[in-house]
Design a protein around this ligand. Structure first.
Ligand code: PMP
Length: 418
């Protein structure tokens, strides 16, 4: 019988090095906003498994729906027949779509696969090849998702233009839209351009929310040239910003919407949503995959959608967001932390804190702070190539747990930025 340490060492040895990890040990249990490790460490989880467990770990209704479905049929392959949870999920999603034109659904397993499917659709719909993406964007780790286009424009983020932190969002939007004009004039002609793909809130690139004028500007350009607008809400969608979808704030209608993460609260499911008038052009058999739209994942996703509505989760997002922003802005202004916080930003419960580099405090503050938080019982992640710590707690987190997490973060920043 191996000891716990030997068992850990066995895992470390045989799991490919390509998978990085921020903590040691094995997670054995999740319950609401907490995870427990096999040495009985219990951590408050402000990562939600990278923005996935929006209803907390092991939400009873979601787990029960999945367990019940397991006893009915697990693998009802989507190219063989429809399955009931798949169709029920479409019923639910139609009630929350950011625009009524979105009425045609395809379910996949992961965000990356859904992004690839969206790109494939856009090429099919337009008969064009090129894709324009945003600098700093992240759409996944599969080949197509890593290289969604040879062409890119800056995201409306002050870093991209070397402008001051407090530059108004509409000014950044204008700058970025000007760069789009240039790319379309000089690098990829509109007649060669199938799609523009954008995250309304930049995720892995640093938790930056785009000004609505930027998204509206993209829509205008796409309309003018018959380019598809792909909105990637894998990370920022499904309640994370306090709206069902981040794009809603701008009133923009996506041609193709990509969703994942929070959709299944941990069950692997993603979705690509478009207009029937467009998807009717696809050849039967051109979309699909062995596990696509798995019945258990769909049943879980139906329960997630119901629970978000029944438990008024979006209202909680707005209240907890205010609590978080108030505390982080107070910390930013606190002379004790020597102005080490450059920026507090984001929307809803997708919030980033960007630290500065140098000036009498350590240069790699974000990872030092995250490490310190973990030691003190708060699981939290960094993001982007800049010094950003990200807050993505469960959307139904309680006021007390939010306060507990904030206290640990504040304490950690004060200790690290000495
Ligand atoms: N798009 C965005 C905006 C993401 O944040 C991610 C994952 N972090 C992906 C796509 C890829 O999703 P997955 O990891 O499920 O393939």
């Amino acid at each position: 019988q191996a000891t716990r340490e030997e068992f850990h060492a066995f895992g470390e040895k045989h799991i490919t090095k390509g998978v990085g990890r921020i903590t040691k040990g094995i997670i054995t249990k999740g319950e609401g906003s907490y995870v427990t490790y096999d040495d009985d460490r219990k951590l408050l989880d402000f990562t939600s498994g990278i923005g996935v467990t929006s209803l907390g770990h092991v939400h009873p209704k979601v787990s029960k729906a999945a367990a019940d479905q397991c006893m009915q049929i697990v693998h009802a392959q989507c190219s063989i027949a429809m399955n009931e949870p798949y169709v029920r999920l479409i019923e639910r999603l139609l009630t929350v779509m950011p625009h009524p034109t979105l009425d045609s659904f395809f379910f996949w397993n992961s965000g990356s696969e859904a992004v690839e499917a969206a790109i494939k659709m856009a090429r099919w719909f337009t008969g064009r090849q090129n894709i324009i993406c945003m600098q700093g964007a992240y759409h996944g780790r599969t080949f197509g998702a890593m290289a969604p286009g040879v062409f890119s424009i800056p995201y409306p983020y002050w870093r991209q233009f070397n402008l001051p932190t407090d530059t108004p969002g509409d000014v950044l939007a204008q700058e970025a839209l000007y760069q789009l004009d240039l790319v379309l004039a000089q690098q990829t002609a509109p007649s060669d351009t199938a799609a523009i793909i954008v995250e309304p809130v930049l995720g892995e690139g640093g938790y930056v929310a785009a000004h609505p004028k930027f998204l509206q500007g993209l829509r205008k350009v796409c309309d003018k040239h018959g380019i598809m607008l792909i909105i990637d809400e894998v990370q920022c969608g499904y309640g994370r910003t306090g709206d069902w979808f981040a794009i809603q704030e701008s009133g923009v209608a996506p041609d193709i919407l990509v969703i994942a993460k929070g959709l299944g609260n941990g069950f692997p499911i993603s979705g690509v949503v478009s207009r029937k008038e467009l998807t009717d052009k696809l050849d039967p058999g051109s979309m699909g995959g062995t596990y696509a739209g798995n019945a258990v994942a769909c049943a879980a996703a139906v329960a997630v959608n119901d629970a978000i509505k029944e438990e008024n989760v979006l209202e909680n997002v707005n209240r907890r967001s205010e609590q978080l922003f108030t505390a982080l802005n107070a910390l930013k202004a606190d002379p004790d932390v020597k102005n080490c916080i450059l920026d507090v930003r984001g929307r809803g419960l997708m919030v980033g804190v960007e630290f500065g580099k140098g000036d009498g405090y350590p240069a790699n503050l974000s990872s030092l702070v995250a490490k310190k938080c973990i030691e003190k019982g708060l699981l939290i992640l960094t993001t982007s190539i800049y010094e950003v710590v990200r807050f993505i707690p469960p959307l139904n987190i309680s006021e007390e747990d939010m306060k507990k997490g904030i206290d640990i973060f504040v304490e950690s920043v004060k200790e690290v930025a000495k």
